[in-house]
Design a protein around this ligand. Structure first.
Ligand code: BGP
Length: 488
């Protein structure tokens, strides 16, 4: 009963929000480096240079959606705070951080590799110092018996490719990506076995995530087609290089419940959930589903494909589904239903559930529902690679951080996950709560919205010495892992 003995307990991060060292060790710039700080409901900006040399900026929202004008290149303004530049400085603190993860008993650690640290322009030139950095990190993890779980691309795009190729808008970028993937598969063979190709593939939108300057469905779906082909080729290649590699996809899963039992609301929920299922259908089943092809037909969207693409999608299906789960939402045909914030979109408010301070609906039982639905639909091992509560923490006079709210959130979600395993028979590989150490928020660029078991002295005004301290949840999670999820 309970979780498997080798259940992968751990934590999750991403380079653009955690690593820092943006101009060190030969790293090239990435699109995320040109996005300023912000705050909850405060504007963040993408900064750029026009062809005539003048400087401009355009707003970006919490789904990282915004449009960069054509013929512009990403540009970093002097004396401006860009949270990704130092983030919470894993680059210089990795040994200390990994020792803390080991103290909590982590069996795995999810992180991403920064493409522009390996290939500074995203192309065929390799930065040995970058390769060595991650090698040292993986060796350090393996020293403690912590299995690295690596996202090959988490929301960042080498700036050069965005500037010169319009990112995933160009088919050539598939080959550049494959070169990068081959480089890391070969170098880290035997050190890394769990991979994911693209983080939250279903929410990849404008410039920072895809490098494209446009944001309409035609351009986005074309870019997504290139990403699908790149992912399929990566899976095939990764298996060739090391057949023991487990290569997964990663989807952001916010389930939509029908607001009422009115059939129209039920159908509305089906359509909403297809926005995620589409990506799983392609990457797990290996083909474009009919409902999407019909949508393309209706909307006049034409995807340019090369001969052999559909065959590649069939051959390059993934070994497991990694997903993020933070919240659920409700679907209704009634435009007057109250809205609330959400993970990368504005959601309808569920009258039965509470929301976090950032407006995200808290729904532990939803995690069980998602696990059941996904497993029954795809029959593939699942991996909860993100889950957690973004909250503002306070340091008490005695230096402690009493984050009982975080413990409560995680406890309820783990309990729901346990039911899915024990009662529903879901095949679950592991659980990596998001931002196991404080990192920059993806949606708001803030430090104030924290997820970690470990507090990092870094603040939104750019101050802080990056020192680390354990929160109350640190010991709680250590005990959860120690008892393999039996004592929550
Ligand atoms: C997911 C992303 C992560 C992460 C998380 C929390 O969408 O994969 O990168 O940041 O959401 O979101 P936020 O940081 O906006 O609270």
């Amino acid at each position: 009963m309970g979780f498997a003995k080798n259940f992968l307990w751990g934590g999750a991060t991403a380079a653009n929000q955690y690593e820092g060292g943006y101009n060190e060790g030969g790293r090239g710039l990435s699109t995320m480096d040109a996005i300023t700080g912000g705050g909850y409901k405060k504007p963040r900006l993408m900064t750029y240079k026009n062809a005539d040399g003048t400087i401009g900026s355009s707003p970006i929202d919490s789904s990282l959606t915004g449009t960069l004008p054509e013929n512009t290149t990403g540009y970093i303004l002097p004396d401006t705070y860009y949270p990704s530049h130092n983030a919470t400085d894993f680059y210089h603190h990795y040994k200390e951080d990994i020792a803390l993860f080991a103290e909590m008993g982590f069996r795995c650690f999810r992180m991403s590799v920064s493409w522009s640290r390996i290939c500074p322009k995203g192309m065929y030139e390799v930065n040995e110092e970058g390769l060595k950095f991650y090698e040292d990190v993986f060796d350090e993890l393996n020293k403690y018996g912590i299995e690295p779980v690596v996202t090959i691309n988490h929301f960042d795009m080498p700036m050069y490719l965005a500037d010169h190729y319009n990112g995933w808008g160009s088919r050539e970028v598939i080959d550049f990506f494959l070169f990068y993937a081959k480089t890391i598969f070969e170098r880290y063979k035997g050190k890394v076995r769990y991979w994911m190709t693209f983080n939250e593939i279903n929410v990849l939108s404008g410039w920072p995530q895809t490098g494209i300057h446009e944001n309409d469905p035609q351009h986005l779906y074309q870019a997504h087609h290139h990403i699908f082909v790149a992912s399929a080729k990566t899976v095939i290649l990764g298996h060739e290089i090391d057949p023991s590699n487990m290569i997964g996809m990663m989807v952001s899963y916010t389930p939509g419940y029908p607001m009422t039992c009115k059939p129209e609301d039920v159908y509305e929920a089906i359509c909403f959930n297809r926005q995620k299922e589409f990506y799983m259908d392609v990457q797990v089943r290996g083909y474009y589903p009919n409902y999407k092809l019909k949508e393309f037909e209706r909307e006049g969207i034409q995807i340019e494909m090369e001969e052999g693409d559909l065959d590649l999608l069939k051959k390059g299906t993934v070994d497991y589904i990694g997903f993020s789960y933070y919240m659920s939402t409700v679907c209704s045909t009634d435009p007057n239903v109250e809205r609330t914030e959400g993970n990368q979109f504005l959601a309808c408010k569920n009258p039965y559930l509470e929301t976090s301070d950032w407006g995200w609906t808290v729904d532990p039982e939803g995690l069980r529902i998602v696990l059941c639905q996904m497993y029954e639909r795809y029959h593939l091992p699942l991996f909860v690679v993100e889950n957690g509560l973004g909250a503002a923490d306070t340091i008490e006079a005695d230096g402690s951080i009493q984050d009982d709210y975080r413990i409560g959130y995680l406890r309820n979600h783990i309990a729901a996950m346990k039911k899915a395993v024990e009662i529903d028979g879901v095949d679950l590989l592991g659980y990596t709560p998001w931002g196991c150490i404080d990192i920059v928020s993806a949606g708001t660029g803030e430090m104030k919205k924290r997820y970690g078991f470990i507090f990092v002295e870094r603040y939104d005004d750019g101050t802080g010495d990056y020192s680390r301290r354990k929160k109350k949840s640190f010991d709680w999670y250590r005990h959860v892992i120690e008892t393999n999820g039996e004592e929550l």
